[in-house]
Ligand binder design. Structure first.
Ligand SMILES: Nc1ncnc2c1ncn2[C@@H]1O[C@H](COP(=O)(O)OP(=O)(O)OP(=O)(O)O)[C@@H](O)[C@H]1O
Ligand SMILES: [Mg+2]
Length: 253
């Protein structure tokens, strides 16, 4: 479904992503893991056209994405969440979720940025309620971001991404900052979304969650792919263990 081929990104002299290749298959939960600074978020930014790579190709369902503008990506069926929450603080949860709606994308964003209230049709209201229910935040719609816990806000972000009915959902550390109960709820929500047909590319540091829900895992370190496989293969991969546990694993065993 998503094909990333030989993608290289440079920031000045630093190659943040080096000749990366990933194929995400339709219907799967594919996780992208690796230490801080490995290049995971940078790769999301390439897919969503925030960053232009120096070389490589990205195609989604056979269409080249790199020729498109950032705002066109969502129309192709790809939506994302951000590592750092990016919600409108001056708008309630209802309006924040609506701001992701593709059919009104630009207009919604501009109105919210200008501090205006949004006018909703019935179709919009139905959609907001449907994704809120899916993310179990139906009781929170009237609140403003500052009134809610971090765990709830992370779900608001996913709801905002879901409202455009994406086929591919890119999630950048959805479990970061969540407690164990919230992470377990997130686990169930992601599995349900996947069962309902969403393909998910997940960047996440919570290995417990990654190992439980992933069909496939790609591991990056210093911009390059160091391993790929199913959870069992990745958990037993010497290179991966070395990166996560340090070089002294032989001494410890
Ligand atoms: N806009 C930018 N300008 C310059 N350097 C950047 C920029 N964005 C990222 N980098 C650098 O590129 C490298 C990869 O960063 P990236 O944010 O993709 O890592 P990550 O794998 O998402 O890490 P983390 O797990 O900490 O979120 C890092 O060295 C980072 O400092
Ligand atoms: Mg990151």
């Amino acid at each position: 479904m998503l094909d990333i081929k030989d993608v290289t990104v440079k920031f000045g002299g630093l190659a943040a992503v080096k000749e990366m290749n990933i194929t995400v298959e339709k219907g799967k939960i594919h996780s992208l893991i690796g230490p801080n600074g490995a290049g995971k978020t940078t790769l999301f930014n390439v897919i969503t056209r925030v960053i232009q790579p120096v070389s490589g190709r990205v195609s989604f369902k056979g269409d080249e994405l790199l020729g498109l503008r950032a705002e066109d990506i969502i129309f192709r069926g790809v939506a994302r969440t951000f590592q750092n929450l990016q919600l409108f603080q001056g708008s309630n949860i209802y309006d924040n979720i609506y701001s992701g709606w593709v059919h009104n994308y630009t207009k919604g964003m501009l109105s919210l940025a200008a501090g205006k209230h949004l006018a909703f049709g019935k179709d919009a209201r139905d959609k907001i309620h449907a994704v809120a229910e899916l993310m179990q935040i139906s009781g929170m719609l009237k609140f403003y971001p500052a009134q809610l816990s971090y765990g709830v806000l992370k779900r608001v972000e996913i709801a905002r991404a879901l409202i455009s009915d994406p086929q591919l959902l890119l999630l950048d550390e959805p479990a970061a900052g969540l407690n164990m109960d919230e992470t377990s709820e997130l686990n169930d929500i992601l599995v349900k979304l996947n069962r309902d047909g969403k393909t998910i590319l997940l960047v996440e540091h919570d290995m417990n969650l990654v190992m439980k829900i992933s069909d496939r895992i790609t591991v990056m370190n210093f911009g390059a792919k160091i391993a790929e496989g199913n959870p069992v293969e990745i958990a037993n991969n010497r290179e991966v263990i070395k990166v996560y546990l340090g070089d002294d694993e032989d001494a410890a065993s």
